[in-house]
Design a protein around this ligand. Structure first.
Ligand code: ADP
Ligand code: MG
Length: 360
């Protein structure tokens, strides 16, 4: 079921917590609301769920305006970071709860409930734990049971608020893949709140980057990562080196010794900030044309699929992060304290103060 939000606003007293939010969530997609703590993600999710009311704006599920629909009538499943299971109930009873509290006319009978609970426990691969109590479960198992509970009433929407936030990194990574499989298997529409950009990039079909109550940019993960529209999105979505000593003059971008023709309508010199992702920096062991500067190799972290280097630029001492593939690293055969030269393979720039951007 698709979600459409138009011009939505929410205030807490004088505080404008959500500002003119417009958003579309396609049916069957997994959309991530991504942003720093306090930007309004949970508030937006709670408004979608019907746990909170917006002050203005419209909210549609498919073609129906649902702003006045009670939470029980919205057919959404929730899972929160601290959505504790009922301690005094077995896993089975926790999962069955949502069905047992349905109004009598639509409540399944006892046998149907039991069948549904076992089906859900199989889905989350914990059928063998039906009779145990929550204290006997690991953190990861608890969240899997919480998901089974959220799905009990066959919701059309699944709303997840930092569901794995309290778990350790390894379990979190496993559960992400597991949740993604379930999302696809059920064909459900899901909205995931997270402040973790890696989680959003790994899981979401669509990412909505939020900041201070506003949507900064939304789109497919790759389009946001490669074509960020502003400084906030550039910096929030992945690592990036910022070069503030750049300018545009005489139709050229100039950064250190690097020049690149660009078309701008304006003739006057403008200062710009250039953003280059660590994997978009080319390292050279001999000086060549059109390098930004020379640098000293300060640190080499040669572990895993990505070799991470820190360079120290020799003209201004700036530290620069570079990621190489093991093959590139072997070809260069870099040593600590060696002098190298570097240039961009791809860059994004923003005028200072931020106005228009270019990607080269
Ligand atoms: P996030 O989930 O992105 O961390 P929230 O949606 O929880 O952010 O909160 C957004 C802002 O609204 C925060 O500044 C928070 O302090 C404020 N806020 C959230 N809930 C309430 C509330 N019930 N009363 C007053 N302020 C609130
Ligand atoms: Mg939150």
């Amino acid at each position: 079921m698709s979600i459409r939000i138009k011009q939505l606003n929410k205030y807490y007293g004088d505080y404008h917590a959500l500002q003119n939010i417009n958003l579309q969530v396609p049916t069957g997609s997994l959309t991530a609301l991504l942003g720093p703590s306090g930007c309004g993600k949970t508030t937006l999710l709670r408004i979608i769920a019907g746990l909170e009311r917006a002050d203005s704006g419209e909210l549609f599920f498919a073609d129906d305006e649902v702003s006045n629909l009670h939470v029980r009538e919205r057919r959404v499943g929730f899972m929160f970071q601290h959505y504790a299971l009922f301690r005094h109930m077995t896993v089975f009873d926790n999962v069955a709860f949502g069905l047992q509290v349905l109004p009598k006319r639509i409540r399944p009978n006892k046998a149907e409930i039991a069948a549904r609970v076992h089906e859900l426990l199989q889905l989350v691969q914990l059928d063998w734990l039906a009779k145990v109590y929550p204290q006997q479960l690991s953190g990861g198992q608890r969240q899997r049971i919480a998901l089974a509970r959220a799905l009990a009433t066959r919701p059309k929407l699944l709303l997840l608020d930092e569901p794995f936030g309290a778990l350790d990194a390894k379990v979190r990574k496993e559960l992400r893949q597991w949740l993604l499989e379930i999302h696809h298997q059920l064909g459900i529409t899901s909205v995931l709140v997270t402040h973790d950009q890696e989680e959003a990039l790994e899981m979401a079909d669509q990412i909505v980057v939020m900041n201070q109550g506003k949507v900064e940019q939304s789109g497919a993960a790759s389009s946001l990562y490669d074509n960020p529209e502003n400084v906030f999105v550039t910096e929030f979505l992945g690592e990036v080196n910022v070069f503030e000593d750049a300018c545009i003059e005489h139709g050229q971008l100039c950064l250190g010794h690097y020049h690149e023709p660009i078309t701008t309508g304006e003739k006057a010199r403008q200062n710009v900030a250039v953003y280059i992702r660590p994997q978009e920096i080319q390292v050279l062991t001999h000086i060549q044309d059109n390098v930004i500067a020379s640098a000293c190799v300060e640190e080499i972290h040669a572990i895993g699929a990505q070799i991470r280097l820190w360079l120290r630029r020799e003209d201004n001492n700036q530290r620069i992060q570079v990621w190489l593939s093991p093959a590139e690293f072997r070809t260069l055969s870099l040593q600590s304290a060696q002098t190298v030269w570097f240039r961009p393979q791809r860059l994004t720039m923003f005028r200072l103060p931020e106005m228009v951007d270019y990607v080269i």
